[in-house]
Design a protein around this ligand. Structure first.
Ligand code: TYD
Length: 138
C-alpha cells in the first residue's frame, strides 16, 4: 500500500489546539530526526528522491502541498493540507512534492539521522534498483 495516512487527534481546550507525536502512539518508529521545510518559491518541486532505508512521517502543519509517491510500479498523488494528517512514507519509495503553497511548512519525522548515502536522487537509478530487487526476490 503506497498511501498510509494516519489521522491525528488534537487535545483542545478554550485556549487552542495541540497535537502530540509520540513513538508507538501515532508514530510507528523511533524518531531520530525532525526537520521542516518552508519558504518554497512558487512553482518549485521538492523531494525528487527515494531512500534506501529511511522511514518518514510528513505533516503539513501549515499550508498545503501534493506528494507523489512511486514504488516503481505505481504512482499516487496525496494532498496534504491539514495538521491532523500524517503521511507515512516507507523506505524505498520515490517521492516528489508539487503544488507547494507559499505558506507551506512541512514537518518531517525520520527514523535516522541525515545520511546522503541513503538517498537515491536519480529516478532511472531508482527504477534500476527496483528491477534489481525484483529479480533478486524472484
Ligand atoms: P533535500 O533532502 O534535497 O530536501 P527537499 O527534498 O526538501 O528538497 O535536502 C536539501 C538540502 O538540505 C540538501 O543539501 C541536504 C540538506 N539536508 C541536511 O543537511 N539535513 C537534513 O536533515 C536534510 C533533510 C537535508
Amino acid at each position: 500500500m503506497l498511501v498510509n495516512m494516519i489521522q491525528l487527534q488534537s487535545h483542545g481546550d478554550d485556549r487552542g489546539l495541540l497535537i502530540s507525536l509520540e513513538r508507538d502512539k501515532n508514530i510507528p518508529f523511533n524518531i531520530k530526526r525532525v526537520y521542516y521545510s518552508f519558504g518554497t518559491q512558487d512553482g518549485f518541486v521538492r523531494g525528487l528522491h527515494a531512500h534506501h532505508r529511511l522511514k518518514q512521517m510528513v505533516i503539513a502543519v501549515k499550508g498545503s502541498c501534493r506528494f507523489v509517491l512511486d514504488d516503481g510500479n505505481e504512482r499516487v498523488d496525496v494532498v496534504l493540507n491539514s495538521p491532523y494528517q500524517a503521511l507515512y512514507i516507507d523506505s524505498f519509495l520515490w517521492r516528489e512534492i508539487h503544488d507547494i503553497s507559499e505558506d507551506c511548512v512541512c514537518m518531517v519525522l525520520a527514523d535516522n539521522i541525515y545520511d546522503e548515502s541513503d538517498y537515491i536522487r536519480n529516478y532511472d537509478d531508482f527504477l534500476a534498483e527496483v528491477k534489481k530487487r525484483k529479480s533478486l526476490s524472484a
